[in-house]
Structure formats: C-alpha cells, structure tokens
Design a protein around this ligand. Structure first.
Ligand code: FES
Length: 150
C-alpha cells in the first residue's frame, strides 16, 4: 500500500512548473504539465545526476533530411549532466523506451483541492521512479494542497 506525502498547495506549482521534495527518504520532482501533475525520482539512471533539475522541453522529429517538426513541448525532461531524455508522462526514455524507462504510477486527482501522488509500480524498476500525484482539499487549510504518493 503506497503512502502519500504532502507536497504543497496545488497552486504553488503552476503549469510548466516543478517542485522537488523529499518523500520517504527519496528526492522526487513533481511537474505540472498543462495542469496535470507527474512525478519522477530525482536521480538519473545513467550516472545519478539530479534529473529533476534538467530542462523540460519537447523534441524534434522529421520525415526526411531538412524537415523538422517540434513535438510534445513541455513533456520531455532532459538530464542536466549528459542529456538523456525522459517522457514525464510515461517515464520512458526518448532514445530507448523499451530498455530504459522509469517506473510509472497511476495518477489520480482526488479533488480539485490538493494534489496527491501514489507510488504504485506498473513495471520493473529501471533505475528512476515516477510517482502519482493528487490535489486535495484539507479541512483547516485555506488552499488546495499537493501530495505525492511514495
Ligand atoms: S547522469 Fe543523466 S544522462 Fe548521465
């Protein structure tokens, strides 16, 4: 049974933003992509870099030389040390999604108030992990709170 950890008020991570938190002894990055929350472990499977400090961007594809299409803006996390790229929504690496990927977890928004994240693996641990996040309203708290489930 996964545990949940309060991250912050949901409105403290705006669309395109992130927050790195410590949950159960793990450093985790929580990202807001178009007002949906995703979380990954803040450790790159290559050499252990603080992955969540990397740039979030898209990637370029092309049908033939000289033709470029920029896709998935704001969904790809690039490691700050050597540039490995990961899909924040699936946890898969861009360069080899079937061999290098992150653990993925079901994401649930329990209310519009607080965001929670629950760590429930759907695949073997490839070296970095993703976590479910949710927003919850908490009695006595004036704003929605963000949680990560680890
Ligand atoms: S440590 Fe992340 S790509 Fe090398």
């Amino acid at each position: 049974m996964p545990s949940k950890y309060e991250v912050c008020f949901a409105d403290e991570i705006p669309a395109g933003g992130r927050r790195i938190v410590d949950a159960a002894g793990r450093s985790i990055g929580v990202f807001n992509i178009d007002n949906r929350f995703y979380a990954v472990r803040n450790s790159c499977p290559h050499k252990g870099a603080p992955l969540c400090l990397g740039v979030v961007e898209g990637y370029v594809t092309g049908e033939r030389p000289g033709e470029f299409t920029f896709e998935r803006e704001g969904e790809i996390l690039r490691c700050p040390w050597h540039g490995w790229e990961f899909d924040l929504k699936t946890g898969e690496s861009v360069f080899n999604p079937h061999k290098v990927w992150v653990r993925s977890y079901q994401v649930s928004v329990e209310t519009e108030a607080r965001v929670l994240a629950t760590a429930e693996a759907e695949a073997a641990d490839p070296g970095i992990e993703t976590y479910a996040v949710s927003v919850e309203t908490v009695e006595g708290r004036e704003r929605p709170v963000l949680y990560v489930h680890v």
